[in-house]
Design a protein around this ligand. Structure first.
Ligand code: UD1
Length: 355
Protein backbone atom coordinates (compact mmCIF):
# COMPACT_ATOMS: atom_id res chain seq x y z
CA UNK A 1 0.00 0.00 0.00
CA UNK A 2 1.22 3.48 -0.83
CA UNK A 3 0.28 6.47 1.38
CA UNK A 4 1.09 9.96 0.17
CA UNK A 5 1.16 12.53 3.00
CA UNK A 6 0.68 16.19 2.11
CA UNK A 7 2.12 18.61 4.67
CA UNK A 8 3.25 22.21 4.59
CA UNK A 9 2.88 24.03 7.90
CA UNK A 10 4.61 23.61 11.23
CA UNK A 11 1.95 21.68 13.20
CA UNK A 12 1.65 19.23 10.31
CA UNK A 13 5.31 18.29 10.60
CA UNK A 14 4.72 17.23 14.22
CA UNK A 15 1.76 15.05 13.19
CA UNK A 16 3.75 13.66 10.27
CA UNK A 17 6.50 12.54 12.68
CA UNK A 18 4.07 10.13 14.33
CA UNK A 19 2.64 8.84 11.05
CA UNK A 20 6.04 8.40 9.39
CA UNK A 21 7.18 6.34 12.37
CA UNK A 22 4.10 4.13 12.29
CA UNK A 23 4.37 3.68 8.50
CA UNK A 24 8.03 2.66 8.82
CA UNK A 25 7.03 -0.13 11.21
CA UNK A 26 4.87 -1.83 8.56
CA UNK A 27 6.72 -3.74 5.82
CA UNK A 28 3.86 -3.49 3.35
CA UNK A 29 3.50 0.30 3.60
CA UNK A 30 5.27 2.74 1.31
CA UNK A 31 5.09 6.32 2.56
CA UNK A 32 5.69 9.27 0.25
CA UNK A 33 6.01 12.75 1.76
CA UNK A 34 4.98 15.85 -0.19
CA UNK A 35 5.92 19.23 1.35
CA UNK A 36 3.87 22.04 -0.18
CA UNK A 37 6.43 24.71 0.83
CA UNK A 38 3.82 26.74 2.78
CA UNK A 39 6.31 27.09 5.63
CA UNK A 40 9.84 27.47 4.33
CA UNK A 41 11.91 29.16 7.09
CA UNK A 42 14.40 26.75 8.66
CA UNK A 43 12.93 27.39 12.12
CA UNK A 44 9.40 26.65 10.85
CA UNK A 45 10.25 23.57 8.78
CA UNK A 46 13.76 22.02 8.48
CA UNK A 47 14.36 21.88 12.21
CA UNK A 48 11.23 19.74 12.66
CA UNK A 49 12.33 17.21 10.07
CA UNK A 50 15.80 17.02 11.62
CA UNK A 51 14.84 16.90 15.31
CA UNK A 52 11.82 14.62 14.98
CA UNK A 53 13.80 12.37 12.60
CA UNK A 54 11.24 12.61 9.81
CA UNK A 55 12.47 11.32 6.44
CA UNK A 56 13.20 14.20 4.02
CA UNK A 57 10.24 15.08 1.78
CA UNK A 58 10.18 13.18 -1.52
CA UNK A 59 8.70 16.20 -3.28
CA UNK A 60 8.64 19.92 -2.44
CA UNK A 61 6.04 21.96 -4.28
CA UNK A 62 7.71 25.26 -3.32
CA UNK A 63 4.38 27.09 -3.02
CA UNK A 64 5.60 29.67 -0.47
CA UNK A 65 3.56 32.59 0.89
CA UNK A 66 0.77 34.57 -0.72
CA UNK A 67 -2.87 35.46 -0.34
CA UNK A 68 -5.09 32.47 0.45
CA UNK A 69 -6.22 31.93 -3.14
CA UNK A 70 -2.76 32.28 -4.64
CA UNK A 71 -1.11 30.07 -2.03
CA UNK A 72 -3.78 27.36 -2.23
CA UNK A 73 -3.92 27.55 -6.02
CA UNK A 74 -0.16 27.21 -6.42
CA UNK A 75 -0.22 24.01 -4.36
CA UNK A 76 -3.28 22.67 -6.15
CA UNK A 77 -1.86 23.07 -9.62
CA UNK A 78 1.48 21.53 -8.61
CA UNK A 79 -0.22 18.45 -7.08
CA UNK A 80 -1.62 16.94 -10.30
CA UNK A 81 1.77 15.97 -11.66
CA UNK A 82 2.79 14.46 -8.33
CA UNK A 83 -0.34 12.33 -8.12
CA UNK A 84 -0.01 11.20 -11.73
CA UNK A 85 3.54 10.10 -11.06
CA UNK A 86 3.06 8.58 -7.61
CA UNK A 87 -0.35 6.86 -8.03
CA UNK A 88 -0.90 6.45 -4.26
CA UNK A 89 -3.64 4.30 -2.73
CA UNK A 90 -4.35 7.06 -0.23
CA UNK A 91 -3.62 10.74 0.11
CA UNK A 92 -3.36 11.61 3.79
CA UNK A 93 -4.00 15.24 4.73
CA UNK A 94 -3.49 16.80 8.14
CA UNK A 95 -5.39 19.41 10.15
CA UNK A 96 -6.75 22.63 8.74
CA UNK A 97 -4.26 24.62 6.70
CA UNK A 98 -4.28 25.74 3.08
CA UNK A 99 -1.99 22.75 2.38
CA UNK A 100 -4.71 20.42 3.73
CA UNK A 101 -7.35 21.82 1.42
CA UNK A 102 -5.09 21.84 -1.65
CA UNK A 103 -4.02 18.23 -1.09
CA UNK A 104 -7.65 17.17 -0.68
CA UNK A 105 -9.01 18.92 -3.75
CA UNK A 106 -6.20 17.69 -5.99
CA UNK A 107 -6.74 14.09 -4.88
CA UNK A 108 -10.54 13.87 -5.01
CA UNK A 109 -10.58 15.36 -8.50
CA UNK A 110 -8.22 12.62 -9.64
CA UNK A 111 -10.28 9.93 -7.86
CA UNK A 112 -7.55 9.17 -5.37
CA UNK A 113 -8.93 8.34 -1.96
CA UNK A 114 -8.34 10.91 0.77
CA UNK A 115 -8.06 10.37 4.51
CA UNK A 116 -8.29 13.42 6.76
CA UNK A 117 -6.32 13.26 9.96
CA UNK A 118 -7.74 15.47 12.75
CA UNK A 119 -11.18 15.40 11.15
CA UNK A 120 -14.25 16.85 12.87
CA UNK A 121 -12.68 19.73 14.76
CA UNK A 122 -14.87 22.80 14.65
CA UNK A 123 -14.57 26.32 16.03
CA UNK A 124 -17.91 27.36 14.46
CA UNK A 125 -16.15 30.65 13.69
CA UNK A 126 -16.55 31.36 10.00
CA UNK A 127 -14.01 34.20 10.16
CA UNK A 128 -11.22 31.66 10.51
CA UNK A 129 -9.66 30.42 7.25
CA UNK A 130 -8.89 27.18 9.10
CA UNK A 131 -12.61 26.54 9.74
CA UNK A 132 -13.37 26.58 6.01
CA UNK A 133 -10.40 24.33 5.34
CA UNK A 134 -11.68 21.81 7.93
CA UNK A 135 -15.29 21.73 6.77
CA UNK A 136 -14.45 21.50 3.06
CA UNK A 137 -11.85 18.82 3.65
CA UNK A 138 -14.16 16.69 5.83
CA UNK A 139 -16.95 16.81 3.26
CA UNK A 140 -14.63 15.88 0.38
CA UNK A 141 -12.59 13.16 2.10
CA UNK A 142 -13.34 9.41 2.02
CA UNK A 143 -12.13 8.56 5.51
CA UNK A 144 -12.39 10.89 8.50
CA UNK A 145 -9.87 10.10 11.22
CA UNK A 146 -11.20 11.91 14.26
CA UNK A 147 -9.07 12.64 17.33
CA UNK A 148 -11.90 12.72 19.91
CA UNK A 149 -15.52 11.75 20.58
CA UNK A 150 -16.50 15.43 20.33
CA UNK A 151 -15.04 15.51 16.81
CA UNK A 152 -17.03 12.38 15.94
CA UNK A 153 -20.24 14.06 17.17
CA UNK A 154 -19.57 17.06 14.90
CA UNK A 155 -19.10 14.77 11.90
CA UNK A 156 -22.24 12.78 12.71
CA UNK A 157 -24.15 16.06 12.98
CA UNK A 158 -23.03 16.90 9.44
CA UNK A 159 -24.11 13.52 8.08
CA UNK A 160 -20.55 12.17 7.87
CA UNK A 161 -20.76 9.51 10.60
CA UNK A 162 -20.39 6.52 8.26
CA UNK A 163 -16.98 7.73 7.06
CA UNK A 164 -15.71 8.50 10.58
CA UNK A 165 -13.29 6.58 12.77
CA UNK A 166 -12.01 7.84 16.14
CA UNK A 167 -8.27 7.07 16.32
CA UNK A 168 -7.01 9.48 19.01
CA UNK A 169 -4.70 12.44 18.53
CA UNK A 170 -1.36 11.89 16.78
CA UNK A 171 0.11 15.08 18.26
CA UNK A 172 -0.35 13.44 21.64
CA UNK A 173 1.72 10.47 20.42
CA UNK A 174 4.63 12.84 19.71
CA UNK A 175 4.17 15.00 22.79
CA UNK A 176 4.22 12.00 25.13
CA UNK A 177 7.25 10.51 23.36
CA UNK A 178 9.23 13.77 23.47
CA UNK A 179 8.26 14.68 27.05
CA UNK A 180 10.06 11.63 28.37
CA UNK A 181 13.31 12.73 26.71
CA UNK A 182 13.42 16.40 27.79
CA UNK A 183 13.05 16.15 31.56
CA UNK A 184 16.53 17.49 32.38
CA UNK A 185 17.17 19.42 29.20
CA UNK A 186 18.38 23.06 29.58
CA UNK A 187 15.75 25.55 28.42
CA UNK A 188 16.19 27.74 25.33
CA UNK A 189 14.35 30.87 26.39
CA UNK A 190 14.60 34.45 25.15
CA UNK A 191 17.28 36.58 26.83
CA UNK A 192 15.87 38.16 29.99
CA UNK A 193 13.80 35.16 31.11
CA UNK A 194 15.10 33.37 34.21
CA UNK A 195 14.57 29.64 33.53
CA UNK A 196 14.55 28.93 37.29
CA UNK A 197 11.83 31.52 37.97
CA UNK A 198 8.17 31.86 37.03
CA UNK A 199 7.49 32.67 33.37
CA UNK A 200 4.83 32.16 30.72
CA UNK A 201 5.40 30.87 27.19
CA UNK A 202 3.44 32.84 24.57
CA UNK A 203 2.71 32.38 20.86
CA UNK A 204 0.33 34.49 18.74
CA UNK A 205 -0.21 34.00 15.01
CA UNK A 206 -3.92 33.71 14.11
CA UNK A 207 -5.11 36.22 11.51
CA UNK A 208 -7.86 37.40 13.91
CA UNK A 209 -5.18 38.54 16.37
CA UNK A 210 -2.46 39.71 13.98
CA UNK A 211 -4.11 41.30 10.97
CA UNK A 212 -6.07 44.16 12.57
CA UNK A 213 -3.52 46.69 13.96
CA UNK A 214 -5.87 47.75 16.77
CA UNK A 215 -6.42 44.17 17.94
CA UNK A 216 -2.72 43.39 17.61
CA UNK A 217 -1.83 46.49 19.69
CA UNK A 218 -4.29 45.35 22.40
CA UNK A 219 -2.84 41.82 22.48
CA UNK A 220 0.75 43.07 22.63
CA UNK A 221 -0.20 45.66 25.29
CA UNK A 222 -1.76 42.93 27.47
CA UNK A 223 1.37 40.79 27.14
CA UNK A 224 3.58 43.74 28.11
CA UNK A 225 1.43 44.34 31.21
CA UNK A 226 1.47 40.66 32.20
CA UNK A 227 2.09 39.84 35.88
CA UNK A 228 4.47 37.08 34.71
CA UNK A 229 7.55 37.47 32.51
CA UNK A 230 6.53 36.41 28.99
CA UNK A 231 8.73 34.36 26.64
CA UNK A 232 7.18 35.40 23.31
CA UNK A 233 8.20 32.88 20.63
CA UNK A 234 7.48 35.02 17.62
CA UNK A 235 5.85 33.38 14.58
CA UNK A 236 6.83 34.99 11.22
CA UNK A 237 3.26 36.22 10.71
CA UNK A 238 3.39 38.07 14.06
CA UNK A 239 6.76 39.64 13.24
CA UNK A 240 5.59 40.73 9.78
CA UNK A 241 2.25 42.15 10.93
CA UNK A 242 3.73 44.03 13.93
CA UNK A 243 6.33 45.57 11.63
CA UNK A 244 3.64 46.64 9.12
CA UNK A 245 1.59 48.21 11.92
CA UNK A 246 4.66 49.94 13.42
CA UNK A 247 4.25 48.06 16.72
CA UNK A 248 7.10 46.84 18.92
CA UNK A 249 6.92 43.20 20.02
CA UNK A 250 9.00 43.47 23.20
CA UNK A 251 9.01 45.76 26.25
CA UNK A 252 7.41 45.52 29.69
CA UNK A 253 7.10 41.86 30.68
CA UNK A 254 7.75 40.61 27.13
CA UNK A 255 11.03 39.01 26.04
CA UNK A 256 11.05 38.09 22.36
CA UNK A 257 12.65 35.00 20.88
CA UNK A 258 12.46 32.91 17.71
CA UNK A 259 10.11 29.93 17.37
CA UNK A 260 11.53 26.87 19.17
CA UNK A 261 12.24 23.38 17.91
CA UNK A 262 9.61 20.90 19.12
CA UNK A 263 11.57 19.32 21.97
CA UNK A 264 12.65 22.75 23.22
CA UNK A 265 9.04 23.92 23.14
CA UNK A 266 7.87 20.89 25.12
CA UNK A 267 10.65 21.45 27.68
CA UNK A 268 9.76 25.15 28.00
CA UNK A 269 6.01 24.53 28.35
CA UNK A 270 6.43 21.77 30.87
CA UNK A 271 8.46 24.06 33.13
CA UNK A 272 6.46 27.26 32.51
CA UNK A 273 3.98 28.64 35.05
CA UNK A 274 1.51 29.32 32.22
CA UNK A 275 0.96 29.41 28.46
CA UNK A 276 -0.63 32.23 26.46
CA UNK A 277 -1.56 31.31 22.91
CA UNK A 278 -3.96 31.29 19.99
CA UNK A 279 -2.50 28.06 18.58
CA UNK A 280 -4.61 24.91 18.65
CA UNK A 281 -1.71 22.54 19.18
CA UNK A 282 -0.17 24.51 22.01
CA UNK A 283 -3.42 24.57 24.02
CA UNK A 284 -3.43 20.80 23.91
CA UNK A 285 0.27 20.46 24.68
CA UNK A 286 -0.19 22.72 27.73
CA UNK A 287 -3.03 20.43 28.87
CA UNK A 288 -1.01 17.26 28.35
CA UNK A 289 1.95 18.76 30.20
CA UNK A 290 -0.18 20.13 33.08
CA UNK A 291 0.52 23.82 32.47
CA UNK A 292 -2.44 26.24 32.77
CA UNK A 293 -3.25 27.96 29.48
CA UNK A 294 -4.86 31.27 28.52
CA UNK A 295 -6.22 31.16 24.96
CA UNK A 296 -6.55 34.55 23.29
CA UNK A 297 -9.60 33.64 21.20
CA UNK A 298 -13.39 33.58 21.44
CA UNK A 299 -13.57 29.78 21.13
CA UNK A 300 -11.46 26.66 20.92
CA UNK A 301 -11.69 23.45 18.90
CA UNK A 302 -10.11 21.53 21.80
CA UNK A 303 -13.06 22.02 24.16
CA UNK A 304 -11.94 19.24 26.51
CA UNK A 305 -9.06 21.47 27.69
CA UNK A 306 -11.57 23.94 29.17
CA UNK A 307 -12.92 21.41 31.66
CA UNK A 308 -11.77 22.16 35.21
CA UNK A 309 -10.04 25.36 34.12
CA UNK A 310 -6.79 23.99 32.68
CA UNK A 311 -7.46 26.18 29.67
CA UNK A 312 -9.36 29.47 29.78
CA UNK A 313 -10.62 31.54 26.86
CA UNK A 314 -9.56 35.19 26.98
CA UNK A 315 -11.48 36.84 24.13
CA UNK A 316 -10.63 40.34 25.40
CA UNK A 317 -6.88 40.84 25.93
CA UNK A 318 -7.75 43.07 28.91
CA UNK A 319 -8.63 39.84 30.78
CA UNK A 320 -5.17 38.29 30.34
CA UNK A 321 -3.67 39.39 33.67
CA UNK A 322 -6.59 37.83 35.60
CA UNK A 323 -6.34 34.61 33.62
CA UNK A 324 -2.62 34.38 34.40
CA UNK A 325 -3.19 35.04 38.09
CA UNK A 326 -5.83 32.30 38.51
CA UNK A 327 -4.79 29.48 40.84
CA UNK A 328 -3.34 26.39 39.19
CA UNK A 329 -6.15 23.84 38.75
CA UNK A 330 -5.90 20.77 40.93
CA UNK A 331 -8.30 18.51 38.96
CA UNK A 332 -7.09 15.38 37.19
CA UNK A 333 -6.61 15.64 33.43
CA UNK A 334 -8.45 12.74 31.76
CA UNK A 335 -6.80 11.33 28.61
CA UNK A 336 -9.27 12.78 26.13
CA UNK A 337 -6.60 12.77 23.45
CA UNK A 338 -5.76 9.09 23.35
CA UNK A 339 -3.08 6.75 24.57
CA UNK A 340 -0.11 7.77 22.45
CA UNK A 341 -0.77 5.14 19.74
CA UNK A 342 -3.06 7.06 17.40
CA UNK A 343 -0.67 6.98 14.42
CA UNK A 344 -0.54 3.18 14.44
CA UNK A 345 -4.34 3.17 14.25
CA UNK A 346 -4.21 5.61 11.34
CA UNK A 347 -1.85 3.44 9.28
CA UNK A 348 -3.79 0.26 10.11
CA UNK A 349 -7.10 1.90 9.17
CA UNK A 350 -5.67 2.74 5.74
CA UNK A 351 -4.22 -0.76 5.26
CA UNK A 352 -7.53 -2.40 6.14
CA UNK A 353 -9.34 -0.26 3.59
CA UNK A 354 -6.92 -0.75 0.70
CA UNK A 355 -8.29 -2.90 -2.05
C1 UD1 B 1 -0.70 28.53 8.94
C2 UD1 B 1 -2.09 27.89 8.95
C3 UD1 B 1 -2.56 27.72 10.39
C4 UD1 B 1 -1.52 27.03 11.26
C5 UD1 B 1 -0.21 27.78 11.14
C6 UD1 B 1 0.89 27.17 11.96
C7 UD1 B 1 -3.49 28.41 7.01
C8 UD1 B 1 -4.64 29.20 6.51
N1 UD1 B 1 -3.06 28.71 8.26
O1 UD1 B 1 -0.82 29.87 9.39
O2 UD1 B 1 -3.77 26.95 10.39
O3 UD1 B 1 -1.94 27.02 12.61
O4 UD1 B 1 0.19 27.81 9.76
O5 UD1 B 1 2.03 27.95 12.00
O6 UD1 B 1 -3.00 27.56 6.30
N2 UD1 B 1 6.05 33.00 6.81
C9 UD1 B 1 7.41 33.13 6.89
N3 UD1 B 1 8.16 31.97 6.95
C10 UD1 B 1 7.60 30.75 6.95
C11 UD1 B 1 6.20 30.65 6.87
C12 UD1 B 1 5.43 31.79 6.81
O7 UD1 B 1 7.96 34.20 6.91
O8 UD1 B 1 8.32 29.75 7.01
C13 UD1 B 1 5.20 34.22 6.76
C14 UD1 B 1 4.51 34.37 5.42
O9 UD1 B 1 5.23 35.15 4.56
C15 UD1 B 1 3.20 35.03 5.79
C16 UD1 B 1 2.95 34.57 7.21
O10 UD1 B 1 4.16 34.07 7.72
O11 UD1 B 1 3.31 36.43 5.82
C17 UD1 B 1 1.83 33.59 7.31
O12 UD1 B 1 2.13 32.32 6.72
P1 UD1 B 1 0.94 31.36 6.21
O13 UD1 B 1 1.49 30.09 5.77
O14 UD1 B 1 0.08 32.12 5.27
O15 UD1 B 1 0.00 31.11 7.46
P2 UD1 B 1 0.29 30.95 9.01
O16 UD1 B 1 -0.08 32.20 9.69
O17 UD1 B 1 1.65 30.38 9.31
Amino acid sequence: MKILSVVGARPQFVKLAAVADAAAQRDDVQHVIVHTGQHYDAAMSDVFFADLRIPAPDVNLGAGSGSHGRQTGAMLSAMDEVLEEQQPDWVLVYGDTNSTLAGTLAAVKMHVRVAHLEAGLRSFNRRMPEEHNRVLTDHAADLLLAPTEVAREHLEGEGLGSRTLVVGDVMTDVCLRVTASVADQPLHLPTGIDPAGDFAVATIHRADNTDDPERLAAVLGALRASPLPIALLAHPRLVAKAREAGLALGGGSVHVGDPLAYADLVAAVSRARAVVTDSGGLQKEAYLLGTPCATVRTETEWVETLEDGWNQLVPDPAGLARALERPRPTAERPDHYGDGHAAERVVDALRERTR
